[in-house]
Design a protein around this ligand. Structure first.
Ligand code: FMN
Length: 260
């Protein structure tokens, strides 16, 4: 089949998923448009044509998609449109995230043709998979993109039979969040960058030195974006310990897994 254009829908709180997506796109022979669904939006309206390629990319939180990503993905409409799904995780595991992406995209009118599970630096515990995606990942992602493109080119027709099986179980893992939330110190200049980038509206524009912990999903977006380095995850000692445990348990490098 011939693809007229490539459009990506992605969620990325600290930019790692976006980096992985860019490395994947570098392996495609055509340029792509990107739509960032990370900021706090409730309305997402985009309808894909049958000859478009949709690329969905999201990080993994607790073995599943971040709730706002799943909610926003389900608002995008496919029209028997081929899709590639990328789940980006911090070297522990992606558990049910690819299955969730498969089910979500199929229900929204897409036909997923390829899936990738990509290990990247852990956004909460950055010593885990530190520096990834790296050059080796870049090469693997470009090869994956070329293979997905070739698969599409070889397809006579698009049917559910071309969708590969992916690991995962339904009901998906229940993710109740992590016991770490951001705190703000006196370096805050009330610029509002954190509020503008928060995916859940947990930070108000008028009072950016506070966070609604009930809405916060601990995604690290505010910590990452703050130009004054005024935000940090707390409690620090517990997070430091958790990172140490993760390094011991999940320190072994995991490579790109593809399902095609
Ligand atoms: C709240 C939270 C939960 C996470 N859960 C997992 C997980 O279950 N498995 C894993 O391997 N990585 C996990 N990670 C790490 C992220 O999936 C990973 O760092 C990803 O690259 C972040 O992408 P982003 O920069 O686009 O937000 C988690 C990160 C956060 C903030």
């Amino acid at each position: 089949m011939n693809i007229s254009k490539v459009t990506c829908i992605y969620f990325s709180a600290t930019g790692l998923t976006q980096k992985v997506l860019d490395l994947f796109l570098a392996g495609l022979p055509v340029p792509a448009q990107k739509k960032n669904i990370t900021p706090h939006i409730t309305e997402v309206s985009y309808s894909f044509a049958p000859d478009e390629l949709a690329v969905f990319a999201a990080p993994v939180y607790g073995g599943v998609l971040p709730k706002p990503a799943a909610e926003r993905f389900s608002l995008i409409k496919g029209n028997h449109t081929p899709a590639v799904c990328l789940a980006v995780y911090g070297n522990r595991d992606y558990d049910d995230a690819l299955l969730e992406m498969k089910n979500l995209t199929e229900a929204a009118g897409f036909v997923p043709v390829a899936f990738g599970a990509v290990s990247a630096q852990h956004s909460l515990m950055p010593r885990v998979a530190s520096g990834r995606p790296d050059e080796k990942d870049a090469k693997a992602l470009a090869v994956f993109a070329r293979r997905a493109w070739e698969k599409l080119g070889d397809l006579k027709e698009l049917s559910a039979r071309v969708t590969p099986q992916v690991p995962g179980r339904f009901p998906y893992k229940e993710f109740k969040g992590v016991p770490f939330k951001p705190a703000v110190n006196s370096a805050c200049v009330h610029c509002g960058a954190c509020a503008a980038h928060c995916p859940t509206g947990a930070i108000s524009k008028d009072k950016p030195d506070t966070t609604d912990h009930a809405l916060c999903i601990s995604c690290m977006s505010c910590v990452h974006i703050c130009p004054s380095h005024a935000r940090s995850m707390q409690p620090k000692a517990a997070l430091w310990l958790a990172e140490k445990v993760f390094l011991l348990k999940y320190g072994k490098r995991r490579e790109l897994e593809i399902f095609i």
